[in-house]
Design a protein around this ligand. Structure first.
Ligand code: ADP
Length: 636
């Protein structure tokens, strides 16, 4: 840290605002400031301590300058060795003290900044958890993570750098000014006049350099562009075949010329800047010596050499803080923009939340009814139109239809991942929007297409569904899900790591573990969103065997692509363009010669040929067996 001032080096670097930053400058309203300061409020005590540290350390930093006067007047001029040693020791001591207090200040400051970001991060995380699926599907995950990490980290620098720099530089300035005026007001005035004369050119030289650097960057890009374009194999071929050598040379030479002109200007801007700097740093003290000398000789015999050197020394300590404070505007705008970005996120309304009078029924049956349900993800396109169906407790429904017809959307409405636009979805006769959200979601278990396992062991993933599950519960669930054989064979059994998102397991294994997880959760309603991507036939059979008994015994909805799954359901809904186009049993639907039949012929029958037990199924499909008779005896 240079003496007497604190550099900005703020959160995002760069002394000047970019065009984009200028355009997006936030409006600093009292509300915004109030909100920013509301985060500081819990740490008022610590902040007061920081303020005290800053005041004391600024004073101690300036004290040696003030003591120069004593060293000169009382020590050197009066030839008093004791006084000389005293003041020199004192200067060293206070400098040391100032540094020590600086350490304490940094510690408290960092502590406050860390705690504020801790609060903000937690608050943001909890807010984001309340966001609907819509939020996560429309916002880029990268943006969300940036908001959580670098933006909130930025707040840390704002507090440790921008805010504390404003404070310490202002305090240093005020103390320096008071000390100067107290010594001699005329010389103090001379000093005040000279400081802006020095800092303003510094600033404008900096600005000029900045714009030249930007410009030369652009020309540099242009030169690189030409090189890339024309010195590649195909580029050269084009140049040669069209005889454009001269033209390209001229283009290159031109850009190159612009480049050197700019480079010269850039170096010279720096050079002139140094001239200004050296001149003014010398002019300032000289002016004070001159005016001080005249005053001392002609008008004010009380003014001492020591006083004059104190003023010179204090003047030297003012440049940095003034310069920093002149630059603070940029940091300030950036900091406010940062806070605004974070607050904008906090202000995204929570779309799906518990109704104030939410109910938690004591008894659960499991009937689900869709009544005139309309839904759209955004205004531009209606996704579901007048969806009506009843799923009786204990029964199962298969939803089939072309991709994009709205099947997943229908099931998403049950656990309130989204809310209907009109109509309603009821659970046991109660609108799902009136049910306690946690209760509702506890009632629904979803095995989705993209099986998501957390990084951890198989056990961790199972316990996620039921934290108090016993070893026996877990083994039973794994057995039911047809994955116990696999788990048992693993060296570490249930403690086998599944890898990031379950990447260490095959698609079929992941699916079955997620089925075991749902079996452990034991919800009232099971939802299976069948994977469209092909699994090998053995895996498919194992999955089928795992879910079949559930379909047959539990209230369930299946988004089905495989005929065997469809056949296991009590009713089939055919969804097309967001409406239920056909419904009924497999037999009835095949007889209709409609969409279902078409789907059957194009999709399901293909899958069928690959499956085991083809002949039995075929018989069933083509009606050689009565529709209400089970396919094989052991399936009931
Ligand atoms: P299916 O399950 O039948 O393949 P979906 O219910 O997933 O169909 O999608 C129905 C329609 O809604 C599609 O047109 C799809 O593009 C659109 N859609 C699905 N999810 C979203 C979303 N999160 N935001 C906007 N549109 C979506």
């Amino acid at each position: 840290m240079p003496p007497g001032g604190r550099g900005m080096g703020g959160p995002m670097g760069g002394q000047f605002l970019t065009e984009e930053e200028k355009k997006n400058q936030p409006k600093v309203t009292p509300e915004l400031l109030k909100r920013v300061f509301s985060y500081l409020k819990p740490y008022t005590k610590q902040l007061i301590l920081v303020l005290l540290c800053i005041i004391v350390s600024s004073f101690f930093t300036l004290l040696p300058s003030i003591l120069t006067g004593k060293i000169l007047d009382e020590g050197l001029l009066k030839k008093d060795l004791n006084a000389l040693i005293l003041y020199i020791s004192l200067s060293l001591l206070v400098t040391l003290l100032a540094s020590l207090i600086g350490v304490a200040e940094t510690y408290i400051n960092t502590w406050i900044a860390q705690h504020i970001t801790f609060d903000m991060r937690n608050q943001m995380y909890s807010h984001l958890q309340k966001m609907s699926q819509r939020f996560f599907t429309t916002n880029n995950q990268g943006d969300i993570i940036t908001r959580m990490t670098s933006d909130i980290d930025g707040v840390k620098s704002v507090i440790t750098s921008t805010f504390s720099s404003i404070l310490s530089n202002s305090i240093t300035l005020v103390i320096a000014l008071i000390a100067m005026f107290q010594k001699n007001w005329i010389l103090a005035l001379v000093g005040i006049i000279i400081v802006p004369v020095f800092t303003i050119p510094t600033r404008s030289a900096g600005k000029k350099r900045w714009s030249l650097t930007n410009e030369s960057q652009q020309v540099n890009d242009e030169v690189n562009g030409i090189l890339n374009e024309t010195l590649s194999v195909s580029g050269q071929l084009l140049v040669k075949l069209f005889g454009k050598e001269k033209y390209e040379y001229a283009r290159y030479e031109n850009a190159n010329r612009k480049m050197i002109a700019l480079n010269i200007k850039e170096s010279m801007a720096g050079r002139w800047f140094r001239v200004v700097l050296t001149t003014f740093t010398t002019v300032g003290p000289m002016l004070i010596y001159l005016v001080g000398g005249i005053l001392m000789m002609k008008y004010d015999p009380d003014l001492t050499i020591g006083d004059i050197s104190v003023l010179v020394s204090l003047l030297g300590r003012m440049y940095m803080p003034v310069n920093s404070l002149l630059n603070i505007q940029v940091e300030w705008i950036r900091s406010m923009a940062l806070f605004k970005r974070i607050f904008d996120y906090f202000d995204i309304p929570v779309e799906i939340e518990n109704a104030p009078d939410a109910v938690t029924p004591d008894k659960v049956t499991g009937d689900v009814v869709f009544e005139h349900v309309e839904f759209s993800y955004d205004e531009s396109k209606k996704i579901l139109k007048d969806i009506n169906f009843t799923l009786k407790a204990g029964k199962s429904i298969a939803i089939v239809g072309p991709s994009g017809s709205g099947k997943s959307t229908i099931v998403n409405l049950i656990p309130r991942l989204y809310d209907v636009d009109s109509g309603c979805v009821t659970f046991d006769g109660i609108d799902v929007r009136k049910l306690d959200l946690k209760f509702l979601r506890d009632q629904v278990g979803v095995v989705s297409q993209e099986t998501y396992l957390f990084n951890g062991t198989i056990r961790d993933n199972l316990l996620y569904a039921k934290p108090d599950a016993t070893e026996e519960d877990m083994i039973a669930a794994l057995k039911k899900a047809n994955i116990w054989d696999f788990v048992e064979k693993q060296e570490k059994g249930m403690d086998t790591e599944v890898g990031n998102r379950g990447l260490k397991l095959s698609g079929g294994e992941k699916q079955r573990i997620s089925i075991a997880r749902i079996i452990l959760k034991d919800p009232t309603i099971f939802i299976f969103d069948e994977a469209t991507s092909a699994l090998d036939s053995i895996s498919e059979k194992k999955i089928q065997d795992a879910i079949d008994p559930i379909i047959k015994s539990k209230t369930s909805i299946l988004i089905a692509h495989r005929l065997s799954t469809i056949l296991a359901a009590d009713e089939i809904l055919v969804v097309k363009d967001g409406t239920i186009a056909e419904r009924g049993s497999h037999r009835e639907l095949l007889g209709k010669e409609g969409i279902y039949r078409e789907l059957y012929e194009t999709q399901f029958s293909k899958a069928l040929i690959e499956e085991d037990g083809v002949s039995e199924l075929e018989q069933y499909i083509w009606g050689t067996q009565p529709a209400d008779e089970p396919m094989d005896e052991d399936q009931e």
